[in-house]
Each structure stands twice: as structure tokens, then as C-alpha cells.
Design a protein around this ligand. Structure first.
Ligand code: HEM
Length: 513
């Protein structure tokens, strides 16, 4: 009897303690401060007030509501953060919770249902794809092994420019073709050749450009799902059409590669192809070990990430850097001085020169500061309800890391709107790199979802810039008195008016071209 009473007492006491603990937790939650943010309209929220350039809208709102604020867009709660401390909480302290992606409809379609690395949720499939990509495909060993191919492509591009001496050149297009060919040669062991290929690549570039704009546009279907069927802005139709073009381009490359692999195998040349990414990927397709096996959609998704992620961003940054240099002739002169000293006028640029081009590297860093290609990274989504800066952040909300605002914050940077590469040679910020270790400077993101192509991107960018600058002087066409550095929104932000420049040779020896 006594034992039963004791058991009853213990059970009741446990229940009371549990109830009390739950109540305190609830009260604490109710007392959590409310996130600041602008008020919107019923149902649509703040959606009608966002303009075309969301990175600038986000930055203006931060000056009113502070470094963390909420925006209700339709039925979605979005958070915009723009301080290094908050970035640290998201990408380091609570990285695991915030490692999911927010997947807009347009991205779901273009990424074949998030079957790629960029848009995949944070799960074992993402881990598998990222591991294959980083450890096998873009390992330092592989990148170094492909140097010869990159060199060949750079040489072709400088030759192409030399053949057009005195004529206007579209710098974005030149950089896109060079990046594309460099990637193609790594992926497939051969590049695009001839008029037909050239046309296909230009068409592919236009598709990529359109795709980036569509994915970056706020889509009513994402924010008010019951209206998704109506596709009010026509974005779903647009992205489906673009995706068909992109897939056709990829399919033709895959079939050409399969033929080339078959031919080379017939000729006993398989070892030579070992470094081709596609062959690596094909090895993983339907692999017997599930931890290494990828599906054909994932194979295409990884190719998409490589080709789109690798060409569009890199060429955008080559164009921005060249535009800033054309606008700041004093900086351009210093770049030439350094190139003459490090490379010399009787040599072509080689990758071993790159670590010695410290001033050019500072120029690139400064360009990334003012024009981060992805101004709010790729939005994240917490996988569970959590706390950020004392605020309760519901599971499933969308997190925008406003790198654009952080890179231009006057509290963090002296004269932030000035283009001054020297700041990256100073003691204060001289050690900032692209690794995302400093939360004040993160053009490639940070944490476990940092850009997976960073080592290749860094190399390709510096190599292209040095190789286009060392052998040529560049001038704007004479009727262009002022260079327009305004930008055009999208998930990748580009220069609004393509940069057109005219080359003249700088080197005495024509054999160097
Ligand atoms: C100038 C060139 C580039 C820039 C500025 C850039 C920037 C970025 C940024 C900001 C992210 C998102 C990071 C985050 O959310 O924290 C990203 C992700 C990614 N990038 Fe890049 N990128 C560049 C080049 C490349 C190249 C060359 C490749 C591949 C060959 C590549 C492949 C990827 C992939 C696969 C992801 C997704 C990573 C993940 O979600 O796990 N990127 N990039």
C-alpha cells in the first residue's frame, strides 16, 4: 500500500515538474522579442514593395530596421541579416541548422528537382555529391593536372584578341568563352570548336544569363502557393523553356563525351582521360556501393553546377574587375607595373606567376567587395526552430545573408564606396581571403555550404585577368565618355551595360600571342 502511494506521489510530482518546465519554456517563448521589420499588406505582405534590385532594397531596409529584420513575403517569413556577428551565428555557431537551402520554384525546375549540389537540401545525398565534387573532381591534384588544358585555352583566347586588335571586344563574352572552354577541357578533354559550337555556346550563355535573372526574381508562386497554378508572372513557363535549352546543350555534350571516351578506349587511351570530370562522374553513376552511387539526374545536376556555376560567376567577375580598372587608370598602371616586374615583357603569364601578383589580387578582392557576384549568397533555411540574436526564428523561414550590405558598411570599411585595392594590402584587412573565415568579407559564402568550386574559381579568375592584361592595353571606344558601373539584378548580379573595350598589343614579341 505504502509502495503504491509512493509511486503515485513520484508520478504526480514528475508530472507537475514537467508541466512547470513546459509552462516556463512557453512563457519564455512568448516573451521573446518580436523581430523588427516593415509592415506589409494582408496576404501579399511586403511583396508589392520590393523593386527589381532586391539587394539594394534589402540594404536600404537594414538602415531603417538594423542588422536583423523580418520581411513577410506572402505566407513566407524571410529574415535579412547584415552584420558579421549574425553571419557568424548562422554559418559557424549554428551552421548545421542553417545548412538547408530555401528552394524557389524556378530553382527546383532548373536543378532537376534539387538533384544538384547548389540546391540540394542538407542531407546524405548532398554530402555524397559534395564529397565527390570536392575530393575527387576538383581536388588540388586534379586542378593542377589540368593546368596544361587551361593554359591552352587561355592562349587561344589571347590569340583571338590579337586577331581583333583595334576592334571592340565584349569582355564578358570573351571571359565567358574562355571560362567555358577551360571547364570543357577539364570536363570532357576537348573544347568547343568551329562556328556551330561557337553559336551554341553563345546561345547557352544567353540561357544562363536569363536563368540567373529568373531565379533571382521574387516569384509570387513561391510566396503564395495557392496562386502557383496561375504562374502570374510567367516565370515558371520561362524557366521551363530555358531548362529545355540548357538540358539539350548538356545532352549534346554528354553524348559527344561518351563517343570520345568510346573512341579513346578503342585506341587504348583511357589512362590519358583519367582526369576528365565526366568520366569520374560516370564511374559513380549507379555505383554498386550506395555511399558512392549517384543517379543520372544527379550526374546532370553536378554538370549543371560546374558549367553554370563555373562560367557565369567567373566571367561576371572578370568583367567587373576590368570595368573597375578601366575606370581607375591609376590602379590599372600599378597592375601593369606589377605584371612587367613579375612576368616580364618577354614571357607569357603562367600560373606560377599568380601568387606573386599581390596587387592584382588586391584589385580582385576589392572588386568582390563592391560587386559580390551573389549579393545575398544562396538563401538558407533553418531545419528547426532556433534562436538568433535573441529572436525566435521559425523552422522553414528564408534567410538572406546580405553580403552586399556588409561589404559596404561604413562601420566596417573606411570610405566603403571608394575603389581602393590598397585596403587589402594594409595590416587591418590584408589577411582577408576568400575562405569565409572573416565574416566581414565573404564573396564565396562561408561554412559547410561555401562555394564548392572556390579553388578553381580563384585560379581561373586571376589567370584570365593577368593573361588579358599583360599582353594588351585596353581602351574604351572613343564615343563612350563615361563607363556605366550600374548593375542588373539576378541571383548573380552583373554589370548592366556590357563592357566593350578595344585592345592594342603591349609586348614586343609577336610570338607571345
Ligand atoms: C567567381 C566565381 C564564383 C563565385 C563568386 C561563387 C560564389 C558562390 C557562392 C556565394 C555560393 C553560395 C555559398 C553559400 O551559400 O554560403 C556558391 C556555391 C557554389 N558554387 Fe560557386 N562561385 C564561383 C565559382 C564557382 C565554380 C568555378 C564552381 C564549380 C566549378 C562553383 C560551384 C559551386 C557549387 C557547387 C556551389 C554550391 C555549394 C553547396 O551548396 O554546397 N562555383 N558559389
Amino acid at each position: 500500500m505504502e509502495k503504491t502511494l509512493l509511486n503515485l506521489f513520484v508520478s504526480i510530482a514528475t508530472l507537475i515538474i514537467f508541466w512547470f518546465w513546459w509552462k516556463v519554456k512557453k512563457i519564455k517563448k512568448d516573451l521573446a522579442p518580436l523581430l523588427p521589420g516593415p509592415r506589409g499588406l494582408p496576404i501579399v505582405g511586403y511583396l508589392p514593395f520590393l523593386g527589381q534590385d532586391i539587394h539594394r532594397d534589402f540594404t536600404e531596409l537594414a538602415s531603417v530596421y538594423g542588422p536583423i529584420y523580418k520581411l513577410c513575403l506572402g505566407n513566407k517569413m524571410c529574415l535579412v541579416i547584415s552584420s558579421p556577428n549574425l553571419v557568424k551565428e548562422v554559418v559557424r555557431d549554428q551552421d548545421k541548422i542553417f545548412a538547408n537551402r530555401d528552394l524557389p520554384l524556378a530553382a527546383r525546375i532548373s536543378s532537376l528537382g534539387a538533384n544538384d549540389i547548389v540546391w540540394s537540401p542538407y542531407n546524405s545525398e548532398w554530402r555524397k555529391m559534395r564529397k565527390i565534387f570536392v575530393r575527387e573532381i576538383l581536388s588540388n591534384k586534379n586542378i593542377n593536372a589540368c593546368y596544361g588544358l587551361r593554359k591552352q585555352e587561355i592562349k587561344k583566347s589571347t590569340r583571338h584578341v590579337y586577331d581583333k586588335i583595334g576592334q571592340p571586344i565584349d569582355i564578358g563574352q570573351l571571359a565567358f568563352m574562355t571560362s567555358m572552354n577551360a571547364l570543357m577541357s577539364i570536363l570532357w578533354g576537348h573544347t568547343l570548336e568551329g562556328e556551330e559550337d561557337f553559336k551554341a555556346a553563345i546561345e547557352f550563355r544567353n540561357l544562363c544569363l536569363e536563368m540567373m535573372v529568373v531565379i533571382g526574381k521574387p516569384n509570387i508562386s513561391d510566396y503564395i502557393p495557392m496562386l502557383a497554378r496561375l504562374d502570374l508572372q510567367g516565370l515558371e513557363r520561362k524557366v521551363r523553356k530555358i531548362s529545355v535549352g540548357v538540358e539539350n546543350f548538356l545532352n549534346s555534350l554528354i553524348s559527344r563525351c561518351s563517343n570520345s571516351i568510346d573512341n579513346k578506349q578503342d585506341q587504348g587511351e583511357t589512362n590519358e582521360l583519367k582526369r576528365d570530370i565526366l568520366q569520374f562522374l560516370m564511374k559513380h553513376k549507379d555505383h554498386e556501393d550506395a555511399s558512392k552511387s549517384i543517379t543520372s539526374s544527379q550526374l546532370k545536376g553536378i554538370l549543371l553546377d560546374t558549367v553554370i556555376g563555373g562560367t557565369d560567376t567567373t566571367s561576371t567577375m572578370v568583367e567587373w574587375t576590368m570595368a573597375e580598372l578601366m575606370l581607375h587608370q591609376d590602379v590599372m598602371l600599378k597592375v601593369y607595373e606589377e605584371l612587367d616586374k613579375v612576368v616580364g615583357s618577354n614571357n607569357s603569364v603562367e600560373e606560377f606567376h599568380l601568387p606573386h601578383l599581390c596587387y592584382l589580387e588586391a584589385v580582385v578582392k576589392e572588386t568582390f567587395r563592391l560587386h559580390p557576384a551573389l549579393p545575398y549568397l544562396i538563401p538558407r533555411r533553418p531545419s528547426e526552430t532556433c534562436t538568433l540574436a535573441g529572436y525566435t526564428i521559425p523552422k522553414g523561414s528564408t534567410i538572406f545573408v546580405n553580403v552586399y550590405a556588409i561589404h559596404r558598411d561604413p562601420v566596417l570599411w573606411q570610405n566603403p564606396l571608394e575603389f581602393r585595392p590598397e585596403r587589402f594590402l594594409s595590416e587591418e584587412t590584408g589577411n582577408f581571403d576568400f575562405s569565409g573565415a572573416n565574416f566581414q568579407y565573404l564573396p564565396f559564402g562561408s561554412g559547410r555550404r561555401i562555394c564548392a568550386g572556390l579553388p578553381l574559381a580563384e585560379k581561373m579568375l586571376m589567370y584570365q585577368l593577368a593573361s588579358f592584361l599583360h599582353p594588351f592595353d585596353w581602351k574604351l571606344p572613343s564615343n563612350d565618355t563615361e563607363l556605366d558601373l550600374s548593375d542588373k539584378a539576378g541571383i548573380v548580379v552583373k554589370i548592366r551595360k556590357p563592357l566593350i573595350a578595344i585592345p592594342t598589343p603591349r609586348l614586343p614579341n609577336p610570338d607571345l600571342y
